[in-house]
Design a protein around this ligand. Structure first.
Ligand SMILES: NC(=O)c1ccc[n+]([C@@H]2O[C@H](COP(=O)([O-])OP(=O)(O)OC[C@H]3O[C@@H](n4cnc5c(N)ncnc54)[C@H](O)[C@@H]3O)[C@@H](O)[C@H]2O)c1
Ligand SMILES: O=C(O)C(=O)C[C@]1(C(=O)O)C=C[C@@H](O)C=C1
Length: 286
């Protein structure tokens, strides 16, 4: 029997659309209902075979669903859960793919009526592209998905969400929301803040009368791919994971200041040691 009978996906973009595609490919779901604000995107999702039907009304859209997946920008998730909560079928499992967990999980658990269950989640996989047309079935293959169960989390609901991500090809890792938000601030949110700043700095460099970004090659382009990511999504992440992002930005600044100091002093040994330590760490990432 398929794992999910009726899957409701709220926000059928890169993350929601990719999950729909892989679960359908694996025969893990009977029916997929898309929910969103933009009718053109939802119509496209039906045309592409990503969802079976759609609703612009979240309350109507979640009717009879045994699993609801929220994949809208993080600042909208709590309001969305509040809207759908009274309409959920008994036994329904609600989970999300939002990039921040600390401010989301506890309020969502409180909002759900008895007999329905929330499990916080975050696939550590993505691209700089948005929308259903950017979605693809292999997105989660060989990647990690972090789930953030709490003392309130129902065991059966957690097992269903774990199985869903395993079917999508991911290795599931569980951690508490605090650790999740600190880890992703370091490995995901800081790099985006640095990439956005770098592109703005170089794009704003005014020593020459022409824009020098056109001369950029592999180094700049590889490093800054993620600066093309959706601004509204990253606004929400910076607002919602504020404290951990600020901590990482300050921590990073210390390293950047240290490097600046080595350059200023003309400390060749220090520079080589700094770069060698970095190369060793980078080469060791599997
Ligand atoms: N893009 C990534 O690399 C990535 C990776 C992991 C997790 N995430 C998280 O997944 C979520 C979705 O990101 P995405 O990349 O799929 O974005 P996306 O823009 O591709 O898709 C989001 C969809 O949600 C819809 N939407 C936005 N606000 C809405 C609202 N208030 N009500 C209903 N629909 C709404 C949009 O129209 C769009 O169709 C975000 O929470 C993000 O933090 C993103
Ligand atoms: O590969 C990318 O483009 C991504 O930005 C994906 C990425 C990341 O690795 O930082 C971005 C946000 C997430 O919440 C998870 C993954």
């Amino acid at each position: 029997m398929p794992l999910i009978q009726r899957l409701a996906i709220i926000g059928v973009g890169l993350i929601g659309g990719s999950l729909a595609r892989i679960l359908r490919e694996k025969g893990a779901v009977v029916e997929i209902v898309g929910i969103g604000r933009g009718e053109a995107n939802l119509r496209k999702a039906v045309e592409l075979g990503v969802i079976d039907r759609y609703s612009l009304d979240p309350v109507a859209g979640v009717e009879g669903a045994d699993l609801v997946f929220l994949a809208t920008p993080v600042c909208s998730i709590i309001d969305m859960v509040a809207r759908i909560a009274p309409a959920l079928a008994p036994g329904c499992v609600v989970t999300d793919g939002g990039s921040v967990k600390g401010e989301i999980v506890a309020p969502c658990e409180k909002l759900l009526p008895p007999g329905t269950f929330f499990v916080g989640g975050h696939p550590i996989a993505g691209t700089e592209k948005s929308g259903v047309e950017a979605s693809f079935a292999a997105l989660y293959q060989g990647k990690r998905c972090i789930l953030t169960p709490t003392a309130q989390t129902d065991g059966e609901a957690l097992r269903k969400v774990v199985r869903m991500w395993e079917l999508a090809g991911s290795e599931v890792v569980c951690m508490d929301v605090e650790k999740h938000d600190r880890v992703v601030a370091a490995i995901s949110h800081l790099p985006h803040m640095v990439a956005y700043s770098l592109v703005n700095a170089v794009g704003g460099y005014d020593r020459f009368s022409e824009n020098i970004l056109k001369y950029s090659a592999g180094g700049f382009r590889d490093f800054t791919r993620i600066a093309s990511s959706d601004p509204a999504m990253w606004r929400d992440i910076a607002l919602m994971n504020r404290e951990a992002v600020l901590e990482m930005m300050d921590f990073f600044s210390e390293y950047f200041a240290g490097l600046r100091n080595l350059v200023e002093k003309g400390d060749g040994h220090g520079l080589e040691a700094f770069f060698a330590r970095s190369k060793q760490n980078r080469d060791a990432i599997s």
